[in-house]
Design a protein around this ligand. Structure first.
Ligand SMILES: [Zn+2]
Ligand SMILES: [Zn+2]
Length: 728
């Protein structure tokens, strides 16, 4: 460490008073922008310098004696507000000095003696006694560096269906609304699931209208998944679209009121559902049978003690109940859902009929995050006053912003982050805004944070080189309805034949702690370039003869990135080297639960132009200059939404073709991926015409980000130093 050398051979002090260049007064000092002039004390002959720069370091309150005066100059624009000492010449340059009456400018002296100094400062600002600069929120309403809105926010945005059509054909399963009016009138009542659990025994079934200030939630809470019994196709039960673990049941202990009760996945108290017939001429729904749900083996058995068979649904006093007589019943009309939640053709190109295999058990995973080992340097980003602060929080956000600025300022020359720090801040904001809005996760709680913590680290390796990471702790589930009941042919569990397997239709909380490298380590030019780092790629698992590695097959056998919703993503290919889409194993969201349980991971882009199926929506694009940020690859490359056909030609990068990895570079954005649907594949089905479908990719497969320089990487072959994640 350099310091100001002591010199014991103090020489005579020359008074500054009366020297030729001394002229101006305090006003000039202020006008030149100097904040702190040195002071000269004629009695002691000492000069006190508020700040002295030596090399790259700054010292405060330096008191010296003058050796000789080398020169005296004039005041100049933009003079620095500190003295500069050169060890080579032994000279101190003083921009301004005063004895309290007159000033001298740009005085160069040799040092007599160092009398005292107040120590080295952290920075010039620190020396000048300035407050640390106020941390501007890094993420803001930016036209390019912005994340897709969380489902929790989107569902509250205004929406009104253009029209509603009476259901003419009760094919199941179907998304419908149930009204008491045969036409679209403003005072119609629709059966809705209430906002909160009532008496812990279920959500109320309420009769509500659609007001002029309706939102997506208005419709989501009225949408019902109409399901026919396997054993009796004329008998239907009504499941909530918004809270898919809950279906209409009757509470015989509560005046035969209808309630949405838990009969799917895990249930602390498992109830059942009532199955109804519908008479299209009388427009009455009549209870027929009831099924009890067993959460221990996920089976339904007919309730032999059900005493409300043949009862009718009656609407009165804002609620629904069962009544014995048709004369008391209310006519009810099914309307088609104005929003399309069906699995698109591209996700079921062979037209596979939905399988009836039983649901596989949900998996219990440890779902707590331990922050106790996190280095104290980073706790302010996840805790407030020592208490864990999950989700969006103004205080932890300020700390995270400050860390981003620190990371940016600590980059050595020649180093850079992949993106503007606004991109990372926007992703953090988006992740932390993800809360569970759909009561459909076996062990999830409505409203809970799905990504409780996101923080930034900046650890040095043994050579003193910093490697910043974005660390994400996620439960691995989106906040929106999961759509797993609609998957035509979900992954099967077990080693036997598919027909004898149970299939994944439940979701449960998972626990991910993911570190994403932020520094720009470059990009590969061939997939083999990352070979020394990567283990457990799909290609590695292929036994026998296999072709060369390519972008599709040299892809992670597990998750390869995380969506802004908190769900993780997988490559286009599944572990049979088939596009997941071709196997009819995905929901309309492009996701499914794998054999290991957890949340629905996404192999494909669920974006649709209406309603939220994926994690982003048309509303995200409004007023913007680039598609929204929707995810991050584990290689540090950001994933943005699709360039929509016929709509986005004005957006930045629209004309810049995506490369073989599905990414490109343009304007102010470094290399990044896009969701894409420009590739078509042909599926040949024995005995049928070849079907062409579009791959709706998230991250295609192989990583474009060069990984050889990263000290930590998910699933790295060797030398994986998780210390870079802050000690968690
Ligand atoms: Zn999968
Ligand atoms: Zn782009």
């Amino acid at each position: 460490m350099r310091s100001i050398p002591f010199r014991l051979n103090s020489t005579g002090i020359i008074s500054l008073k009366g020297s030729a260049a001394v002229a101006t007064l305090t006003g000039a000092l202020l006008s030149s922008g100097l904040q702190a002039a040195d002071t000269y004390d004629g009695a002691t002959g000492q000069v006190t310098a508020p700040v002295v720069r030596v090399g790259d370091d700054y010292y405060r309150d330096v008191v010296i004696t003058v050796g000789t005066i080398v020169s005296i100059g004039e005041a100049a624009e933009g003079d620095p507000n500190y003295d500069t000492y050169s060890g080579d010449t032994g000279q101190l340059s003083i921009p301004a000095i005063t004895d309290g009456n007159i000033f001298a400018y740009n005085v160069v002296i040799t040092l007599g003696a160092l009398i005292s100094q107040g120590g080295m400062c952290d920075s010039l600002a620190d020396c000048l006694g300035e407050e640390e600069p106020e941390v501007e929120p890094v993420a803001s309403d930016h036209a390019i560096f912005y994340g897709a809105a969380a489902f929790a926010d989107w569902v509250e945005t205004s929406y009104s269906a253009d029209s509603l059509a009476l259901t003419t054909n009760l094919t199941t399963p179907a998304r419908v609304m149930l009204s008491d009016a045969p036409t679209l009138v403003s005072d119609a009542n629709y059966l809705s699931i209430s906002d909160a659990l009532t008496n812990f025994s279920g959500y109320s079934a309420e009769a509500l209208g659609i007001s002029s200030d309706s939102t997506y939630r208005t419709y989501y809470s009225k949408l019902l998944r109409l399901e026919a019994e396997t054993s009796d196709s004329s008998c239907y039960h009504l499941r909530s679209h918004l809270h898919p673990n809950f279906a209409i049941d009757v509470d015989e202990d509560d005046f035969d009121n209808l309630k949405f009760r838990n009969n799917f996945g895990d249930a602390a108290t498992s109830y059942g559902y009532v199955c109804f017939t519908y008479d299209e001429s009388t427009r009455m729904l009549q209870a027929k049978t009831r099924y009890n749900y067993s959460a221990s083996d996920f089976t339904y058995t007919q309730d032999s003690s059900f005493e409300r068979g043949n009862y009718y649904i009656k609407l009165a006093n804002g609620g629904y109940s069962l009544v014995p007589s048709s004369s008391e019943a209310t006519k009810l009309y099914f309307y088609d859902s104005p929003l399309d939640f069906s699995v698109p053709f591209d996700f079921n190109p062979a037209g596979t009929t939905p399988v009836a295999n039983p649901a596989a058990p949900y998996v219990s995973k440890p779902a707590d995050f331990n922050l106790s080992s996190l280095s104290s340097e980073y706790t302010a980003q996840v805790k407030v006053d020592g208490i864990a602060a999950p989700g969006a929080n103004a205080t932890t956000r300020t700390a995270a912003d400050a860390m981003l600025l620190k990371i940016e300022n600590s980059l050595a020359s020649g180093e850079s982050l992949r993106y503007d720090i606004k991109v990372y801040a926007a992703f953090r904001d988006g992740l932390l805004s993800s809360t569970l809005q759909s009561d459909g996760i076996s062990n999830g709680v409505l409203g809970q944070n799905l990504v409780p913590y996101v923080f930034f680290t900046n650890e040095e390796d043994s050579s003193g080189v910093s490697h910043p990471y974005m660390v994400i702790m996620s439960y691995g589930n989106p906040g929106s309805p999961h759509g797993l009941m609609d998957v035509p042919r979900p992954p099967g569990l077990g080693t036997g034949s598919y027909d004898s397997s149970s299939v994944t239709r439940f979701t449960n909380l998972d626990r991910y702690a993911i570190g994403i490298p932020m520094k720009d380590y470059g990009e590969v030019s061939a997939v083999d370039d990352n070979e020394s780092v990567l283990s457990n790629q799909l290609w590695d698992d292929v036994t026998g003869s296999k072709g060369a590695r390519d972008v599709f097959n040299y892809a992670s056998a597990n998750d390869n990135g995380i969506m802004i919703s908190g769900a993780v993503m997988f490559p286009v290919y599944n572990n049979r080297l088939m596009p997941s889409q071709a196997d009819a194993e995905l929901s309309a969201n492009g996701c499914h639960v794998g054999q290991g349980g957890g949340g629905p991971h996404c192999h494909a882009d669920g974006y649709e132009s209406q309603g939220v199926l994926g994690v982003y929506n048309d509303a995200d694009y409004e007023g913007k200059e680039h598609p929204p940020l929707v995810g991050f690859g584990y290689d540090g490359i950001a994933l943005f939404g699709v360039y929509r056909e016929d709509q986005d030609s004005q957006l930045e990068g629209f004309g810049t073709a995506l490369d073989a990895w599905g990414g490109h570079e343009h304007d102010s954005l470094g290399y990044h991926y896009h969701a894409d649907r420009s590739k078509s594949l042909t599926l040949s089905i024995p005995g049928a015409a070849a079907a062409s479908y579009r791959v709706r990719s998230l991250i295609l497969g192989a990583y474009k980000g060069k990984l050889t320089g990263t000290p930590y990487f998910v699933g790295k072959k060797s030398g994986n130093d998780s210390a870079f994640l802050g000690g968690i």
